[in-house]
Design a protein around this ligand. Structure first.
Ligand SMILES: [Zn+2]
Length: 389
């Protein structure tokens, strides 16, 4: 999964530089003195390493603030001369975006329907990435790829994607990186949401939180003590495949029946809406019906809210997070739905677990998570294992 050969090999081996990049990714723009304080490095060491990073175009320094009457230039991750790419592979649509090393997305996001085969998927992703790599004077340092389903964290290879089987046995980030001649890193989509929340969303500085994703599937990322809970081989968090309908449940893409996903995801909601309307309805159409307020869908929304609360209560009881973020398009369509989920979760979860836990809507996106994944891969100890996420 990690190939750094194309990338400033003289810098990536240097611990002090990596430490400084890491501090700036986590804390945002800082003065040199603040970098020294947060990194634990001496002022002369910071000065030398910062000089190397400025020369390499990985940092920028902007005179801005006045501290005790003196101007204090702030160091920040570069956005003028370097960029990274963020790719989201999802069941219905894929998207490609570029961003500064500081994680700020450029306004060039492109979304397109997910192609039917892996070869076509790779062709489409490479084409859209190449379009974003052609900017004069800007070097593209790597591509982060958010991948649905179960992902082997050591190889970046899809193990089992119940909703998008074309990625099974494939390593899309490595394959795309090879095509583009840049570093590619894969991030499981729920983990991508965790990283997005940590770096660019509402979990900045938080150590213990979880992100529940209710979309084409139902996924979970758990940050425990500042580390992403990955399990033995990166497969942890598959809450969507918890059996909740023991007999007579609908078939799930994983091969089982009655999984939480089959009653909780967007397709399940679309199924309820379709039965009400007496015709097949896609997930996009069902969500649009909610958004436009057409058709009384209260019962269908309530049933979905009940199952989301089952997932939420399980997360609270199992992991005791300080905050649970929920990422779901359905909540964007109906503002009252999330409040209902919160009420149902509070009634269902163990009272001590819920008493000290905030339930919030997620602020981050998978695009940001893909970008965070590659920036972290670039700033992190490169040969280090990814548990440090
Ligand atoms: Zn399943």
């Amino acid at each position: 999964m990690t190939r750094i050969s194309t990338l400033r090999p003289s810098l990536v081996g240097k611990l002090n530089e990596r430490q400084i990049l890491r501090v700036l990714q986590t804390r945002g723009p800082l003065t040199r003195a603040e970098v020294a304080r947060h990194s634990g490095l001496s002022a002369p060491t910071v000065s030398k390493a910062v000089g190397n990073l400025l020369d390499a175009g990985l940092l920028e320094e902007r005179a801005a603030e006045f501290a005790r009457g003196r101007p204090a230039a702030k160091l920040r991750l570069a956005s003028a001369r370097v960029q990274v790419l963020g790719v989201v592979i999802d069941v219905g649509h894929c998207s490609v975006v570029s961003a500064g090393f500081d994680g700020v997305l450029h306004p060039d996001s492109r979304t397109f329907p997910t192609p039917p085969t892996y070869a076509k998927l790779l062709d489409a992703l490479a084409k859209h990435c190449e379009e974003r790599m052609g900017k004069a004077g800007i070097e593209t340092m790597g591509v982060g790829v958010s991948v649905p389903g179960l992902l082997d964290s050591a190889t970046g290879r899809g193990v089992l994607s119940p909703n998008l089987p074309i990625t099974n046995g494939r390593a899309p980030a490595a394959d795309l990186g090879d095509r583009l001649g840049i570093l590619g890193t894969a991030v499981q989509e729920s983990h991508a949401l965790c990283l997005a929340e940590k770096h660019y969303g509402r979990a900045v500085g938080m150590e213990d939180y979880a992100v529940l994703d209710v979309g084409a599937g139902v996924g979970l990322g758990v940050m425990n003590g500042g580390r992403l809970l990955k399990g033995h081989s990166g497969l942890a968090g598959e809450i969507g495949h918890l059996t909740v309908v023991v007999e007579g449940g609908r078939p799930c893409g994983c091969g089982n029946t009655g999984c939480l996903e089959t009653v909780c995801n967007e397709a399940a909601f679309a199924g309820r809406v379709g039965r009400k309307l007496g015709r097949p309805v896609t997930a996009d159409e069902a969500i649009e019906l909610v958004r436009s307020g057409r058709g009384p869908l209260a019962a269908e929304l309530h049933e979905t809210a009940v199952y989301v609360s089952v997932a939420m209560a399980a997360v609270l009881n199992l992991f005791n997070p300080k905050t649970v973020f929920v990422h779901a398009r359905l909540f964007d369509a109906d503002d009252t739905l999330f409040e209902r989920v919160v009420e149902l979760t509070k009634a269902r979860a163990l009272p001590p677990s819920v008493a000290d836990c905030a339930l919030l809507r997620a602020g981050g996106t998978k695009q940001q998570g893909a970008v965070a994944g590659i920036v972290q891969q670039l700033t992190d100890a490169v040969a280090d294992h990814v548990q440090s996420m």
